[in-house]
Design a protein around this ligand. Structure first.
Ligand SMILES: CC(C)(COP(=O)(O)OP(=O)(O)OC[C@H]1O[C@@H](n2cnc3c(N)ncnc32)[C@H](O)[C@@H]1OP(=O)(O)O)[C@@H](O)C(=O)NCCC(=O)NCCS
Length: 324
């Protein structure tokens, strides 16, 4: 199967570190040194996940030369869909005009796009699907506590999409996927209210329980271990060696996490894709925005093997090896 096209879209509004200095007690120096982030994109008040995702999808479909009516599967990785239900995949199905497509969302935190891609791959491999649209989108700014400096500087909004097509070209497309989870780490990154555990009430709103809570230090350690683990699993599943990977695309959560992971793997930094300075952590959208930008920037050529790895709420982690 082949990755026939990719696209990405971010909201227009840019929030810089200097802007954040006016909101919470922080500094450009702290954010830059501890995270590598300089700015991030923030959606408009009336802009929901599907509003930016639809534009990423249109770009991916145009590149793949696929008509929306030919899509038979839409899988969306997100934790900030338009609504709790129906799925944002169904909203996109309607917006794109893809009446033949089965559509559903996947909740895997920042590993959302990799989980979604892996599921779509199985649908195509089994013959159940021929043409799948795989989306990663998150609007974390809408579930961010803008009084909490330990989280609000980290997140941004964005979306990306990939078109997967059944194909017979051997050794091209998705070579391997690896998915993992450890629910014991759920307490390190979560949104307490808004589900059946704590439905919305005046109290939950007053206590800011509809916002993201995070134990940054605990996540940091797991992140490095789990992304390195994902790379090693993918190497074992394929005949690839580290030196065969032309580009490593890690989840853009913290530049120090990326550097520690590549150091642990002894992977050359010049073959690691980084755009965290522009977007911060865009959750489910992070790796597909990075893949799309890397392709459009000429960092990936025909025949190149690429690995994409991520970790996120759940906890979840995983990766995908693709040959273009
Ligand atoms: C959140 C994170 C950037 C914090 O960096 P850190 O170097 O671990 O910093 P610490 O949490 O140890 O905090 C150090 C100090 O900076 C302060 N601090 C936290 N956020 C700050 C901010 N935005 N500006 C200034 N100071 C800040 C803390 O209060 C603390 O002060 P103290 O020593 O007086 O208590 C880092 O742990 C991280 O990136 N973790 C992973 C998060 C992640 O990836 N989440 C998404 C998963 S998909």
């Amino acid at each position: 199967m082949v990755v026939a096209g990719t696209g990405s879209q971010v909201p227009e509004r840019i929030l810089t570190n200097a802007d954040l200095e006016k909101i919470v007690d922080t500094s450009d120096q702290w954010i830059t040194e501890r995270t590598g982030m300089k700015e991030r994109r923030i959606s408009a008040p009336d802009e929901a996940a599907s509003d930016i995702a639809v534009k990423a999808c249109e770009k991916a479909l145009a590149e793949a030369k696929v008509k929306s009516e030919d899509i038979d599967l839409i899988v969306v990785g997100t934790v900030t869909g338009d609504m709790l239900f129906p799925s944002t995949a169904c909203v996109l199905q309607q917006k794109l005009g893809a009446p033949r497509a089965a559509a559903f969302d996947v909740s895997a935190g920042c590993t959302g796009f990799i989980y979604a891609l892996s599921i779509a791959r199985q649908f195509i491999a089994s013959g159940a699907s021929q043409t799948a649209l795989v989306v990663g989108v998150d609007i974390l700014s809408k579930i961010t506590d803008w009084t909490d400096r330990s989280t609000c500087v980290l997140f941004g909004d964005g979306s990306g999409a990939a078109v997967l097509k059944a194909g017979t070209k051997p050794d091209t497309g998705i070579l391997a996927t690896y998915l993992a989870a450890d629910g014991a780490g759920a307490e390190h990154l979560y949104m307490p209210a808004g589900g059946s555990r704590l439905p919305a009430s005046v109290e939950t709103v007053q206590q800011r329980l509809h916002t993201c809570k995070m134990n940054g230090n605990a996540i940091f350690k797991v992140a490095v271990r789990s992304m390195a683990d994902a790379v090693r699993h993918l190497l074992r599943q394929t005949d690839l060696k580290l030196e065969d990977i032309k580009l490593l695309i890690p989840h853009q959560a913290n530049l120090r996490i990326i550097e520690a992971t590549t150091k642990l793997l002894k992977f050359p930094p010049e073959r690691v894709f980084i755009n965290i300075h522009k977007y911060g952590n865009t959750s489910s959208a992070s790796t597909i925005i990075a893949l799309d930008e890397a392709r459009k920037a000429g960092r990936i050529h025909a025949g190149d093997a690429v690995m994409i790895v991520a970790f996120g709420a759940g906890l979840t982690w995983g990766g995908v090896a693709i040959r273009f």
